[in-house]
Design a protein around this ligand. Structure first.
Ligand code: CP
Length: 308
């Protein structure tokens, strides 16, 4: 009923959602809505509570809802009673009383999705809870890898490095769990202060490296992350130093990466820090493919959680 994290999801459920997302992509990879799915969510009203900034997740959920015939009502921090201190839980309870059929929620508080599950009777979809999880992005990344490498079901045999500010990243957590469950080998790569510390390490699948070279030489795909300044208290990373030590430009690509290896990024990309302009805009970078696939994945998710 709820989608809070991928850590709790079964492999079969994940594969089913990826298969279902494929139904919303045509032979050339464009998003489509088959006639049998159009209007599937007619009469459904979704509360989109986005109390942290978002471009990709918010817009793709809005497009997905519209394509399935649902109405999406957006609530952001500005101009609402969030500004004067009303809690997200109370706002959702109020909107549920007005007739919302479920909520898609982005918030800095890791606990909020769990609180909403306890206090509401309608489905809750986590669109990012602080440094917790971003399950729908994890499914987008799994689908993007599956399609790019022409894999039928899971990601068995694929080597995926998740690189950068791993410890503050909700995408890293969801990707690591999803890709590991789907059979990929996962390598967490970054400077020591941005990798999970020993006590938190047991919650992460995969092994770790603090060598950019090792990660890039090993991987078939690299999921690159930005530095999550908004979740780091005190400046622990200098962007210029980071770009030198961990950034990927064309010379690094040519020197270290396998000829067929690809680069992914959940966005937003901070150009010139984790990736150079030519790398972001180059053929190996799947960022725009991830954006396209995100609409299909979110259509599949809305259909699965609200389609009866
Ligand atoms: N990938 C992702 O969550 O992007 P947004 O922050 O733009 O939604």
């Amino acid at each position: 009923m709820h989608l809070i994290g991928l850590r709790e999801m079964s492999r079969q459920r994940m594969v089913d959602l990826l298969d279902s997302a494929e139904e919303y992509l045509d032979g050339s990879g464009e998003v489509v809505t088959p006639p049998s799915h159009a209007g599937k969510l007619e009469g459904t009203t979704l509360g989109m509570l986005f109390l942290e900034p978002s471009t990709r997740t918010r817009v793709s959920f809005e497009m997905a809802a519209q394509r399935l015939g649902a109405e999406a009502v957006l609530v952001t921090a500005g101009g609402t009673t969030v500004e004067i201190g009303e809690s997200a839980a109370d706002i959702c309870r109020t909107l549920a009383a007005m007739g919302m059929d479920g909520f898609i929620v982005r918030h800095h508080d890791r606990q909020l999705p769990h609180v909403l599950v306890d206090r509401l009777e309608v489905p809750i979809i986590n669109a990012g809870n602080g440094s917790g999880e971003h399950p729908t992005q994890g499914l987008v990344d799994a689908l993007t890898l599956r399609r790019h490498f022409g894999l039928d079901e899971d990601l068995s045999g694929l080597k995926v490095a998740i690189m950068g500010d791993v410890v503050h990243s909700r995408v890293a957590r969801s990707d690591a769990h999803a890709l590991n469950l789907l059979g990929a080998e996962v390598l967490l790569a970054g400077p020591p202060k941005l990798l999970p510390s020993d006590d938190r390490r047991r919650n992460w699948p995969g092994r770790e490296t603090t060598s950019r070279k090792e990660a890039l030489q090993w991987a078939d795909a690299v999921v690159v992350l930005r530095i999550h300044d908004e979740r780091i208290h005190g400046s622990i990373v200098d962007p210029h130093e980071y770009a030198m030590d961990w950034g990927i430009d064309t010379s690094i690509v040519e020197r270290y990466m396998k000829p067929e290896a690809v680069i992914m990024h959940p966005g937003p990309v901070i150009r010139g820090v984790e990736l150079s302009d030519p790398v972001v805009d180059g053929d190996r970078c799947l960022v725009l493919k991830q954006a396209t696939n995100s609409v299909a994945v979110r259509q599949a998710i809305l259909a699965a959680y609200f389609g009866g």
